[in-house]
Design a protein around this ligand. Sequence first.
Ligand code: ADP
Ligand code: MG
Length: 715
Amino acid sequence: MPKPKTPKSEPASVPKDAEFLDAPVSLLPSVAAKRQKLLEKLSVYTISDLLSYFPRDYVDWTDVTPIADLRDKEVMSFQAVVRRKPSLLRKGHMSMLSTVLSDPTGTIRVTWFNQPYLEKRLEKGETFCFRGKIRRDGSVFDVTNPAIQAAKEGVTPEILPLYPLTKGLSQGVLRQVIASATEKGVPLIPEVLPPAILAAESLCDVGYAYEMIHRPTSWEAERKARERLVYEELFLVQGGLRYMKNKKRGVEKSYRILIGETEKKRMASVVHALPFELTQDQNKVITAILQDMKKESPMNRLIQGDVGSGKTVVAAVSILACALCGKQSVLLAPTSILAAQHAATLGRLFAPAGIAVALLLGSTSAAEKKRIRTGLANGQIAVLVGTHAVLSEKICFDALALTVTDEQHRFGVRQRATFLDREMRSPHTLVMSATPIPRTLALILYGDLDISVIRSIPAGRIPIETYTASYAEEERVFALVRKQLDEGRQVYFVCPTIDEETHLDEDFSDESEPGMISATALFERLRTEVFPAEGVGLLHGGLRSSDKDLVMRRFIEGESKILVCTTVVEVGVDNPNATLMVIENAERFGLSQLHQLRGRVGRGQHRSVCVLMSDKRSGVSGERLKTLCKTTDGFQIARKDLELRGPGDFFGTRQHGIPALRIANLYRDTDVLSRVTLALDDIYAEDPLLELPSHRNLPEAFLRRFGNRLEHPSL
Ligand code: ADP
Ligand code: MG
């Protein structure tokens, strides 16, 4: 961050108005170096970032109610005098502080747990405002852990913002810092929405919105402000993606894949060699893809299909079509295990047709890498399979026609691979996703793409049965495992952590909790105590990839009967003889992730079971587990997942390419999102490259919102 050039001792020469917003937060008198560091943790670098650091919620001190009128089970505010010197009880790390409060209409008992520091603040005879969930039994009132606020006489009660915090930065400080920037900063924020849209949507102006979002004078003001800011954010993000797409359209050219009679025959013979018939939906999707690839404009298609719906073969046939026309393809997988599996599947399938498949991983030897690069450059290798990470390196192709990205349920992990083609053509792109998302959301995430859905599940599949079990029932679960093993089947145990210290699962990268079952510990226990006579394998992301391959191969070949693993198995591993999955500490996993994990069983003709081990039955985690027991429909599960945790989490924090949303919530704000989509449809229909005077400032606004890196993430 560049320091402001002006020394602080000369307040007269602070940066010019236009520069104020881009100045580092340290320009503010209330922000010294230490505080600046803390703000950076919140991704707040400039004053503009600070003003766009929106409250996550508010406390309402406007509805102060006499004690006698407080209602049971409601969150309410009241103003009262401290009647007694508070009493503090301590026990170990725990403390309990209690006292009695009163106003002219009644008294209420109050208790705070683990906030011993309040003792000093609550002097007998002083008046404060309190806000919390009231318990009322007749005329006996009670409240636990209420928020507390100095009662300011003669000042109108306010709605106060609550910001997301970081350790060392308090609510009070953040409020003060933000407030200190609003007076000068807010009037400088440019209006980016076209006037026609402001009028048509009756949105409030930008200054009002930024002022009211931080310090609303009423709930109505807060609603107006939020509506506008959500609109603006979705407009800039979606508008930016579509602008990029429009600029590329007509410029980029792909190879045309034209299937003649000979190619058709050769394709049919490969498809006939499959051990199954394609489902109706698989055929439909393949037809759509072949149709797209006939054209010179690049295909940009998303395939949504539940786990186990058979997406791989759809990708395989698309790749085959390209190869038969003498063109190359790339298949990107999220893990090296899956990449290896895909390479093996394609290799087997394509061998009779004489199509060469290469696998490129981080662990591939330098000599082999060189051989692959040469083969790709001269066209001898038709298909390249690898992980996203490896294939972000520059690779030159002879004639690259298609890239397929298998991203399973993870979204947005979309490092832009730089593939160079001899003719500088861009490949057709196909993205395969196992988590279905509504069209409107897909538009935000992937830009303006086409979507195909595979709904039908291959015939003969027996739905997986899912149960929950508590740790008190572990013996019964082991008995179930024993029974499966006796029948010749195999079993997965999935754990949330590798060992007690490391915790590699990105979705839950907070500290590991005591009592969490680690793969290493469970592996030792199963191997030595519970199933000493069976082969037990251990698979996790910390292993070298050659070791991972070995462990996987032993399991697939039946040498080990039990596989203890972390979520590394969630993507793709295919062992139809595995019929039971036990998921440890199931409450630690997300809903879609559990569904994906569970999809590792139920892949063959045997009845399969998934057991969710957890002692947590209440709250959101309880609801996740219940949903999973009730349905195996990935579409329903994804919807529930969105509902339970909101899209921010749902899409993961690791998305690249699209900026993180600051205020819009793609689940809650779908209505605004549709309005934005329609408005953008109109704008781009009339002015695809934003050349009219009323639109000319938009590209600049998009660029700012994307942090000056405007790139289409799905291309
Ligand atoms: P996903 O969509 O989860 O990637 P896969 O492509 O891995 O699913 O397919 C899951 C399993 O179903 C594989 O073993 C595959 O061979 C099999 N499969 C795919 N299509 C069919 C079909 N039409 N009929 C029967 N089995 C199929
Ligand atoms: Mg798959």
